[in-house]
Ligand binder design. Structure first.
Ligand code: SF4
Length: 385
């Protein structure tokens, strides 16, 4: 590894936007989910613990270097930081320095995310050694998080999860996508509802936070109800701390296209995916599930559908219903604006540029063919995934 450089993998959860990223494994050991195109041409590797530790040392070294540029008034001397940055030997080293600077200044300087797709596949002893070294070299870190597949988590012993928690692992993000065995099989997820429940419960019982991802619409037309109801069942059983919504969009070039071509899968309309979210929420048992639903991705139509399941569920359902009660033209205007990247809820459409408002209204009025309308929305959403 080049001097002054640490590895950075391709993705992290949105909630880890400005966290430090520590690459513990490379790529995905499963790599068969039909909707996912992320690591398709890359082989999985675990990185030697000693190599990962060297990356942590580089992070600590950059932190120390950057902190020497804080002046007596408490502000960073940006000129000195710029010179320091320019003196680095390569573009890769500059990217690493910049990540540490962003982490210290803009991000959550107490958080680090362990990459790539399924760090939990690593031997628990190795992962514990890495987590302990993070705590030793970066003592300001207060939150260590990672991705883990349900199937992998189900195989890890309760004892090992407890050891990981004691070492300092705080949260696991897991792409459950669906709670339905039929859907999980169709999309090639390589996990079952039982894995999700067993693995999720062990994580929670060890005192590690669990953040799961649900893909409304991934079961298509035939399995829409099943996707909603079985997912709610898993949520009720496991009581995850977070349920993050990732509305499914059939991505051009993904293996889901083959399912569609064979007639096995038919994609729901954009509004039908919202109805599926509503159905899933309506099946949540608020006596069992207390965590937070979050819509922290532009791909979700209604970003405001966010709140605690035990306290805010009625509000979230009412919010969806109030959108569904709007005249069709108003719904279409918002749908299009949102798919074009408008970040707020429909009550704030007036904040768009007048020229954009006119364009959106004209298209919403004039495109009456359902297929044409869905194709237009799809062209926008394809960019977000
Ligand atoms: S486990 Fe995650 S990264 Fe791996 S193929 Fe499935 S969705 Fe993609």
């Amino acid at each position: 590894m080049e001097q002054g450089v640490f590895q950075i993998g391709p993705i992290r959860p949105p909630s880890e936007a400005n966290s430090l990223l520590l690459r513990v494994t490379e790529n995905c050991p499963w790599n068969k989910c039909k909707f996912c195109m992320l690591y398709k041409n890359s082989a999985f590797h675990t990185r030697p613990v000693a190599e990962v530790k060297k990356d942590i040392d580089v992070m600590a070294e950059y932190r120390d270097r950057i902190l020497t540029h804080i002046e007596e008034c408490g502000e960073y001397n940006m000129e000195a930081i710029q010179q320091d940055y320019l003196s680095l030997p390569s573009d890769e080293a500059k990217i690493c320095y910049q990540m540490v600077f962003t982490w210290l200044t803009e991000g959550n300087k107490q958080a680090i995310f362990l990459q790539d797709a399924n760090t939990m596949v690593l031997r628990p002893d190795w992962l514990i050694e890495i987590v302990c070294y993070v705590r030793e070299r970066l003592p300001e870190i207060q939150r260590i998080t990672s991705y883990g597949r349900a199937n992998t988590m189900a195989r890890i012993s309760a004892e090992d999860f407890k050891r990981l928690r004691a070492a300092g692992l705080d949260r696991i993000h897991s792409g459950y996508e669906s709670g339905s065995d039929k859907v999980l099989e169709m999309i090639g997820k390589g996990a079952t509802q039982e894995d999700e429940i067993i693995g999720g419960k062990k994580v929670k019982e060890a005192g590690i936070e669990l953040s799961i991802y649900f893909m409304p619409g991934v079961g298509g037309r035939a399995l829409s109800d099943e996707n909603a109801i079985e997912t709610a069942k898993v949520i009720n059983e496991v009581n995850p701390d977070f349920v993050r919504l990732r509305t499914f969009v059939l991505r051009t070039g993904s293996l889901m296209e083959e399912l569609q071509a064979s007639g096995v899968y038919r994609e729901l309309r954009d509004m039908e995916k919202l109805l599926e979210i509503r159905k899933m929420l309506a099946h949540i048992d608020t006596k069992k599930a207390h965590g937070k639903i979050t819509s922290d991705h532009i791909i979700n139509l209604l970003q405001e559908v966010t709140g605690y399941m035990d306290k805010d569920l009625s509000w979230m359902l009412e919010y969806i219903d109030s959108f569904l009660a709007l005249p069709e033209l108003e719904q279409k205007k918002y749908q299009l604006a949102r798919r074009m990247g408008f970040p707020l809820d429909w009550k704030y459409l007036y904040r768009m540029q007048p020229s954009d408002q006119s364009r959106v209204e004209e298209m919403a009025k004039n495109i009456v063919d359902e297929k044409e309308w869905e194709a237009l929305l799809h062209r926008f959403t394809d960019r977000y995934i």
